[in-house]
Design a protein around this ligand. Structure first.
Ligand SMILES: [Zn+2]
Length: 245
């Protein structure tokens, strides 16, 4: 059952600004639920769980979303591989991201929480460059051996829980997490309001919808990415995180 759509297609409501000024932009039936789930046999791949996408674009706030997304189908307790650290080009990019974050928010001696840390590569790269206390959360995170230089890092194979952090995080990192959320405002409220977090800063990285349109990358309209932001709609979502969802 969709969280956004009613029986009347004219009343598809934007989950960021609640406007019904939305237009359909991309529809496809039967896509795998997960882009990056590993399958070891052809039969397993063919039998992967699937869902439908029906993307709408909000004319009021420029947010694009899958109107038939059902978050209850997605738990990420699957064999999931999002690592790209084997790519030298990507590692160079990540290095630049780490340094850019530190340019804005001095990382040394801070407590940093990454929600949706994947296999932990980003926090480990950040720790190679700067000294801080880091905690990563992700249901798909594998327990990994850390070397002595990474003793300040902890990885928890579960959803984010402030009780497991022990102290108020100074910086929260959300890299490629928001595009996976069907209810973006509820998600932001969940981590910032209900868990009473007041970090000094939040770093957010998402695929830009402007880039998708410019490059005509329709393959990015997948089931596990129900939410695509422009800069404007992301700013609006952050402004609205305290409003009623
Ligand atoms: Zn909107």
């Amino acid at each position: 059952m969709s969280e956004f759509i009613s029986s009347n297609p004219d009343t598809v409501k934007c989950p960021v600004c609640n406007s019904t000024e939305t237009i359909p932009i991309f529809k496809k039936d039967v896509l795998p639920l997960y882009n990056l789930e590993r399958h070891y046999t052809r039969e397993s791949a063919l039998n992967a769980r699937k869902g439908n996408v029906d993307f709408y674009f909000c004319l009021a706030c420029q947010f694009a979303f899958n109107a038939v997304f059902d978050s209850s189908l997605m738990d990420y307790w699957v064999d999931y591989e999002s690592g790209r650290s084997y790519s030298k080009y990507f590692v160079k990019y990540i290095d630049s991201v780490c340094r850019s974050i530190n340019d804005v928010f001095s990382i040394a001696d801070q407590t940093i929480v990454e929600i949706g840390c994947g296999n932990g590569d980003f926090l480990i790269k950040l720790r190679e460059l700067f000294e801080f206390q880091g905690i990563g959360f992700d249901p798909s995170c594998k327990i990994r051996l850390l070397d002595s230089s990474q003793k300040d890092l902890t990885f928890i194979s579960n959803y984010y829980d402030s009780a497991k952090v022990g102290r108020e995080p100074d910086l929260i990192i959300l890299r490629h997490i928001l595009e996976h959320q069907g209810r973006v405002i509820r998600f932001l409220k969940g981590i910032l309001i209900e868990q009473r977090l007041k970090p000094k800063a939040i770093y957010i990285e998402v695929p830009g919808f402007e880039w998708i349109v410019k490059n005509k990358n329709s393959f990015l309209f997948s089931y596990e990415h129900p939410s695509y932001f422009t800069k404007y709609s992301l700013r609006l979502a952050l402004d609205q995180k305290t409003s009623k969802d």
